[in-house]
Design a protein around this ligand. Structure first.
Ligand code: DAH
Length: 344
């Protein structure tokens, strides 16, 4: 019996050696200590043993069983330890490895140009105003000296929501809002960047939605000379210190006189090239002296107040500055386009 038990333990130990996971260990445990284990057979054999030998054999069987149980338990602890060690190894972080690069977003080119223009104007003491994109006919047209049925309304194909409401066709209604809000009629110097909408078919040079920046100065003395000085300053800041400007007579209902502003070509310096159509000049924006009718409509006495205004297309400035050949590139969100103009 003793030999048999020793052999049993030896067999068990050699099998235990080959076990490398908890699952197999559990199977082995069931085999040796479960209900149908060898120890059950041994208990059957014990019945046959002479009475006086029974306690000794019984004790031997029990001891063998305990030893096997101890070995199994020991192995279990070792395997569990191993498991934890492996897990720690797998999850350990090598801090010397290079980091994973995060894809970082950046400001859209339109936002960048708006901020650049805002910075220029803020430096001149202007404040930034905003207005709603859904505007009343009154502010978008009527109070800007564009009464209903005025032919100049055709200059801006409009998207109406109702008789009286439309998507603003320009940022000029913010002029009206700012004049009306300024109830003490203090000197006013504002710019307003924002989206505007026109009933246009989108193509290389047209978009039904684009961005403008409006500027308005109203006080007791702002003159055409002040406007010209401001325009020259802005043109130099945007297109380079060597730039000159030229004013051409134009027409806008909200200004009188009105001008179209050209900047000397930054590519050829004014000599004439394909960029400027051989003229040496590139049109950048519209401006003028605030029309007396606009001042009166907002309750300002034209005898006491005067001022100037200008409106520029942000896309146009960006197109000129960065040589972009299709206005739709701003809105299609092609990352290959956007990534070329990551914020500085
Ligand atoms: N509102 C004009 C447009 O969208 C642009 C403009 C021209 C604005 C002259 C002005 C201005 O303030 O003085 O076509």
């Amino acid at each position: 019996m003793e030999k048999k038990l020793n052999k049993l333990i030896e067999d068990m130990l050699s099998r235990l050696d080959g076990i490398s996971n908890l699952n197999d260990l559990n199977l082995l445990k069931a085999e040796y200590l479960g209900k149908k284990s060898v120890f059950n057979d041994l208990m059957q054999e014990l019945k046959e043993v002479p009475k006086e030998e029974k306690p000794r054999f019984g004790q031997m069987i029990n001891e063998a069983k305990n030893r096997i149980s101890d070995f199994l338990e020991e192995k279990k602890t070792a395997l569990e330890k191993q498991l934890v060690a492996n897990k720690l190894k797998d999850e350990s972080i090598d801090v010397t490895l290079p980091g994973r690069k995060m894809n970082q977003g950046s400001k859209h080119l339109i936002s960048q140009v708006i901020e650049e223009v805002e910075d220029i104007f803020l430096g001149l003491g202007y404040t930034v105003k905003e207005g709603p994109e859904v505007e009343s006919d009154l502010y978008n047209f009527e109070m800007l000296n564009l009464p209903k049925d005025h032919p100049a309304r055709d200059m801006q194909d409009s998207l109406y929501i109702s008789e009286e409401r439309l998507l603003r066709t320009h940022t000029s209604p913010v002029q009206v809002r700012s004049l009306l809000e300024n109830t003490n009629q203090e000197p006013l110097k504002i710019i307003c960047p924002g989206k505007v909408y026109r009933k246009d078919d989108d193509d290389q040079t047209h978009s039904h939605q684009f961005t403008q920046i409006e500027a308005l100065v109203v006080d007791g003395k702002a003159s055409l000379a002040d406007l010209k000085g401001t325009l020259l300053f802005i043109a130099k800041k945007l297109f380079g210190d060597e730039r000159e400007i030229r004013l051409r007579p134009s027409f806008f209902p909200f200004t009188e006189p009105s001008v179209e502003v050209d900047v000397s070509c930054y590519k050829c310096g004014g000599a004439g090239c394909s960029m400027c159509g051989n003229t040496g000049w590139i049109e950048i924006l519209g401006a003028g002296m605030v029309n007396n009718n606009v001042l009166s409509a907002a309750g300002y006495d034209p005898e006491k107040f005067q001022g100037f205004a200008l409106g520029m297309g942000v896309e146009r400035i960006a197109i000129l500055k960065y040589g972009i050949d299709d206005i739709r590139a701003f809105y299609t969100n092609d990352l290959r386009f956007n990534k070329q103009f990551r914020g500085k």
